[in-house]
Design a protein around this ligand. Structure first.
Ligand code: PRX
Length: 636
């Protein structure tokens, strides 16, 4: 890793940011990084000392096996220690740190008229009440609680209430369908579901309770939040948990179509989200931080709930969408709360870019210091616009690469330390050791392109797939023994910068959300008139990628507009609106090898209208390809 001297345009950290930064320059980063790898014990111990431990650890900071050939995969952090996440992110600040009056969240509703300010003291009291309500409902340590709520403070209270009593929360994004919700409730075997009657997103009303009632829920057991909370005490002793007890399950798409319940545990996740938030956003006491993600995704768990609260930060919690009631809403909110650190996704940037500079110019964005990007590769055009127009050339852009599985940032610039190359997630965070492997699992030195993998764990990495450790080992550790396999392609350039080249499995990234082609195919083939379906990705100007579907119908049915609408509806109902296909085309037959395997490469080329197909000799019937080209769908 070196400060590059190349021809490419490099963006150096602004000196005024470097003055008080936690990691003030590149050599400090290198020094700390070296320490984190050479002496992880001392490095993480120092981080752990910030927190309250009911009992100290008896084991080392990190223990692990990453090699399937040597036994089961495991990662343990601070074995023997007892603590409580909720205590550390709330009571510690209120009781020991005098932050009771400090704002934890500026809640901003879907409509600009709805907003409120919530202090750390208030979050603590609501959380304790909620914890007591859950206890009254019979929830005990280790029980799972599903949460299907919009971006309202009650979502944070419920997560923290679970953490307080040792229950394991499973938040389901409130844009998922009842079937997806049901699948996640069943897999987690949750005993309680916390939901809301409904929410407006923009002009659209989403009836969450009605959607929930389509699951196998027994309405006799329903309890109203306000009634239960008003009778509930503000006192609730935290449950002291083992460092490796589960904190939450969060489902993410699996390439087989069945979502994986990613499990994160208490101590490691606390240390890692705390430190990444502190360093990557260079958190300072007077910051107002805003992450626009939904808490239903990992970005919200780590960087709206746990990381910011662990740091005693003040955050904006936004219920709405970027274009309601007008396309300047993000900029209006930045001005309103004097936001200093702003974290969003490339898809949002690309969407807002379309409206030009005018909406930006109406607002004062001079409070901004650092900009962040997450969820997908950021294209150079979007990076430039973000840096020049939003950040006014003054704010470093931290392009954070990570996954639900990694718990927190793993490749990321540090704003006062790392010279930036637009589109690169730059270098590893402390404790993280990435490398690039070729097809044979061999490490490639220097400039390289191949599989992005990690050689050793960091405290915040997932521990297992809920109730399916074998699946965990198979997905992430079998392909290249000794490494955690991200599923992403990566490139290391001559200066050691990492670039994400996209998924190398059957996953695609629509607006920063991972979907598996298999899960969409399964939804399409549920339609009684479909005999076969194959789904591929196609580039999309705003979403990054979108779904292009090929369906083969049974003889009895014509492929027409009505059919396309029925299929879209099917996918929305099975998975949720985020998975709605942009293109559905008739495929009288699919291109297959002689052994019957669908040749997705060809389908991707049809979807993109790329006619240079190369070698088709393995196809059992090459004529299929011409037919597919002749029936391409251009209708969005
Ligand atoms: O493909 C990578 C992409 O998003 C995937 C992880 O998705 P998920 O678990 O839903 O978590 C998203 C939020 C952390 C990765 O495997 N991805 C995420 N961040 C970036 C990215 N691709 C390129 N650059 C990024 N900064």
């Amino acid at each position: 890793m070196v400060v590059p001297e190349s021809q490419e345009k490099i963006y150096h950290p602004p000196p005024d940011l470097q003055r008080d930064a936690h990691v003030p320059d590149f050599s400090s980063y290198l020094e700390m990084y070296k320490k984190s790898l050479e002496n992880p014990e001392a490095f993480w111990k120092e981080v752990a000392d910030e927190f309250f431990w009911k009992k100290p650890a008896t084991g080392p900071m990190l223990q692990y096996n990453f090699d399937v050939t040597k036994g089961n995969i495991f990662v343990k952090c601070m074995e023997g220690a007892k603590t409580n996440m909720c205590y550390n992110v709330l009571d510690r600040h209120v009781k020991e740190g005098n932050l009771g009056e400090k704002v934890a969240y500026y809640w901003e509703g879907n409509s600009p008229e709805h907003h409120k300010t919530i202090t750390y003291g208030q979050v603590l009291s609501h959380t304790c009440r909620c914890a007591n309500v859950l206890k009254q409902l019979g929830v005990k340590k280790g029980d799972r609680v599903s949460i299907y709520l919009p971006m309202i403070p009650e979502l944070v209270y419920t997560m923290l209430a679970c953490a307080r009593i040792g229950a394991v929360h499973s938040v389901v994004f409130a844009g998922f369908s009842s079937e997806s919700l049901c699948e996640r409730i069943m897999d987690a075997q949750s005993s309680v579901l916390v939901t809301a009657d409904g929410v407006y997103r923009g002009d659209k009303l989403i009836n969450l309770k009605q959607i929930s009632d389509e699951t196998s829920w027994d309405s006799d057991r329903d309890v109203w939040w306000d009634e239960a909370m008003s009778d509930s005490s503000e006192e609730c002793e935290p449950e002291w948990l083992d460092a490796e007890d589960p904190l939450f399950i969060l489902y993410t798409s699996g390439s087989t179509g069945k979502p994986k319940g990613v499990v994160h545990t208490v101590a490691g996740y606390l240390l890692y989200t705390f430190l990444t938030f502190k360093c990557v956003f260079d958190h300072q006491p007077h910051d107002v931080y805003w992450c626009t993600a939904d808490i239903g995704w990992i970005t919200g768990h780590s960087y709206i709930t746990y990381g910011p609260l662990a740091n005693g930060a003040s955050s904006v919690l936004f219920e709405g969408i970027p274009v309601h009631p007008h396309v300047g809403r993000f900029w209006e909110i930045i001005e309103k709360y004097r936001v200093t650190k702003f974290y969003t996704a490339p898809t949002a940037i690309r969407l807002l870019m379309k409206y030009g500079q005018e909406p930006l110019q109406k607002y004062d964005l001079s409070s901004l210091r650092i900009l962040g990007s997450v969820g997908e590769p950021i294209n150079p055009e979007a990076w430039q616009w973000y840096y020049e127009e939003v950040g006014q050339g003054r704010c470093p852009v931290v392009d954070t690469f990570w996954q639900t599985e990694t718990g927190g940032h793993v490749l990321t610039p540090l704003p006062a330390a790392t010279p930036l190359k637009p589109g690169s997630a730059t270098f590893p965070f402390f404790g993280v050791e990435p490398t690039i492997l070729n097809e044979h699992g061999e490490e490639v030195e220097g400039e390289a392109e191949g599989y992005l993998v990690f050689r050793k764990p960091w405290p915040g990495i997932m521990r297992t797939v809920y109730e399916n450790h074998e699946r965990f080992e198979n997905i992430y550790f079998k392909k290249f023994p000794g490494f955690y396999v991200t599923g992403d392609g990566g490139r290391r350039d001559k200066d050691g910068y990492f670039w994400i080249t996209g998924r190398i499995d059957d996953m695609l990234n629509v607006s920063g959300h991972l979907l598996s082609t298999a899960e969409v195919e399964a939804a399409l083939t549920l339609h009684p008139d479909v005999s076969e379906a194959a789904v591929v990705s196609r580039p999309h100007k705003v979403k990054g990628e979108c779904l292009y579907c090929f369906v083969t119908l049974k003889d009895r049915r014509e492929f027409d507009k009505k059919m396309v609408e029925e299929l879209k509806k099917m996918v929305r109902e099975k998975i949720g609106p985020i998975a709605t296909p942009d293109f559905i085309q008739n495929a009288p037959a699919l291109p297959k090898t002689r052994s019957g395997k669908i040749m997705r490469r060809i389908l991707r080329q049809v979807a993109r209208n790329e006619r240079d197909l190369g070698d088709l000799s393995t196809l059992s019937d090459p004529k299929v390809v011409e037919v597919l080209f002749s029936q391409r769908s251009e209708a969005a």
